[in-house]
Design a binder for this molecule. Structure first.
Ligand code: HEM
Length: 418
């Protein structure tokens, strides 16, 4: 096997890496400094589950309404009905200028089905197993090496932020020496809400950089994602270079930012519920339910959007053709008709029911298995390597915040040095 997968990215120097210093700035700007949006979401879900709101501050079709949807059942129906609720406006109104025109998130069928089938081949179970052992555990282990002897750490800066970028860089097979630059581009692209110009420049630079690597992989394929995409074939058809660049750029917001936040939310939820953390420490079979419960109660990406292609109705409210619908995943995940006592973090729920944090229907997250695997590896290794890990009582009031994305402000921890 080509060993470049494992060595591709140097994890050890990550904690003080360029890009990490922007973390605070990036987080406030991107996430919004809201501590607890849940009472308001619960109130909306109960009193007006389909609500037309002032839309002047958000991208939408000129002259058309924006409807917020809060109930689990309604959101799941919208997501499964891609004929009535299109994704195409995601390219036109939101991501196109940064990501390019071939973003699968913003495609409808039949284009989406073809593209998804092609890129899915790169996310097979066999590939995932390879990534877990050759790359993900190695990246997590090297990051932990950076602080394991110290007895204390700040896990958002030193672990959860650099972790998924390094994993994706490794999966792409990028040369180790390019990691710092990749982290900078990643942060710039992810800040597109607030610094559009810089994001567009970074996106162009990523494309030029990837073009060189793609040309090399077309000549000399290796065992990495870029090579897989270069050779993926369906009914004799292959992905064009432009389609591959769009996919690679999408991996930053789709695969890096979400996983960084989800891993932080998992750690925060357990660290602030020490009895449940002890239970997981004692029985690693509880890692999987802990991940699902953390994804439910602290949805990393709070809402996604669709555009009504025809006049339709949701829970008795008329939605005219051309309206944007905002699907409030975070409200759905705490819908009391589906999850008893929904605001309680409980990894031992009697009837755990699937959440909507990964979406649903034809656009359901392509990276669910990878994301869950990254979270499982991270939690398992942190528990193995940091005995008695706990929140630092003298920390700076760490809490989960944000209204578009949510994750912890910081994760100051203490542990018994070995
Ligand atoms: C916990 C971490 C993650 C969360 C919460 C998450 C969430 C989501 C959601 C909600 C969607 C659906 C968007 C929509 O329907 O408009 C989505 C789609 C997607 N995700 Fe994830 N994601 C995560 C991790 C990942 C990872 C690790 C990857 C890949 C490396 C990834 C790649 C994608 C892609 C490519 C799509 C588009 C699928 C399509 O349009 O058919 N995601 N994700």
């Amino acid at each position: 096997m080509d060993t470049s997968l494992g060595d591709a990215v140097g994890a050890g120097d990550a904690a003080d890496d360029a890009g990490n210093e922007d973390l605070g700035l990036f987080d406030d700007a991107v996430a919004g400094d809201v501590r607890d949006p849940y009472p308001e979401l619960a109130d909306a879900r109960r009193t007006h589950p389909v609500q037309q709101l002032d839309s002047s501050l958000m991208p939408h079709e000129e002259g058309q309404g924006v409807y917020f949807i809060y109930r689990h059942e309604d959101i799941a129906l919208v997501l499964r009905d891609a004929g009535t609720f299109s994704s195409a406006h995601i390219i036109d109104l939101i991501m196109g200028p940064i990501m390019g025109e071939h973003i699968m998130l913003g495609m409808d069928d039949p284009q989406h089905r073809r593209y998804r089938a092609l890129v899915s081949t790169a996310f097979r179970q066999k590939t995932l197993a390879l990534w877990e052992h050759e790359l993900v555990a190695q990246v997590a282990g090297e990051l932990i090496d950076g602080f394991a002897d110290r007895g204390r750490a700040e896990l958002t800066r030193e672990f959860t932020f650099p972790y998924p970028t390094q994993v994706i860089a490794g999966i792409l097979g990028l040369p180790r020496e390019d990691y710092r630059q990749f982290q900078r581009w990643s942060t710039a692209i992810l800040s597109f809400f607030t610094k559009l110009d810089e994001a567009i420049v970074a996106s162009q630079e990523v494309k030029e950089y990837m073009a060189t690597i793609l040309a090399e992989r077309r000549r000399d394929p290796r065992e990495d994602l870029i090579s897989e995409l270069a050779v993926a074939e369906l009914d004799g058809e292959r992905l064009s270079d432009e389609e591959i660049f769009s996919f690679l750029r999408l991996l930053l917001p789709a695969g890096v930012e979400t996983t960084y936040r989800a891993t932080g939310n998992l750690l925060f939820s357990l660290l602030s519920n020490p009895r449940q953390l002890d239970a997981v420490r004692a029985d690693r079979n509880l890692i999987a339910p802990a991940i699902e419960e953390a994804l439910r109660i602290e949805t990393p990406l709070l809402n996604i959007t669709r555009l009504a292609t025809k006049d339709t109705e949701i829970s008795g409210v008329t939605i005219p053709a051309g309206s944007t619908v905002m699907l409030m995943l975070a409200a759905a995940n705490r819908d009391e008709t589906r999850y008893p006592d929904p605001d309680r973090f409980d990894i031992g729920r009697e009837e755990p029911r699937p959440h909507l944090s990964f979406g649903n229907g034809p656009h359901a997250c392509l990276g669910t298995h990878l994301a869950r695997m990254e979270m499982r590896v991270a939690l398992g290794l942190l528990l193995d390597r940091l005995p008695n890990v706990r929140l630092d009582p003298d920390g700076d009031d760490p809490h989960i915040h944000g209204q578009v994305f949510r994750s912890p402000t910081s994760l100051p921890v203490l542990f018994d040095p070995r």
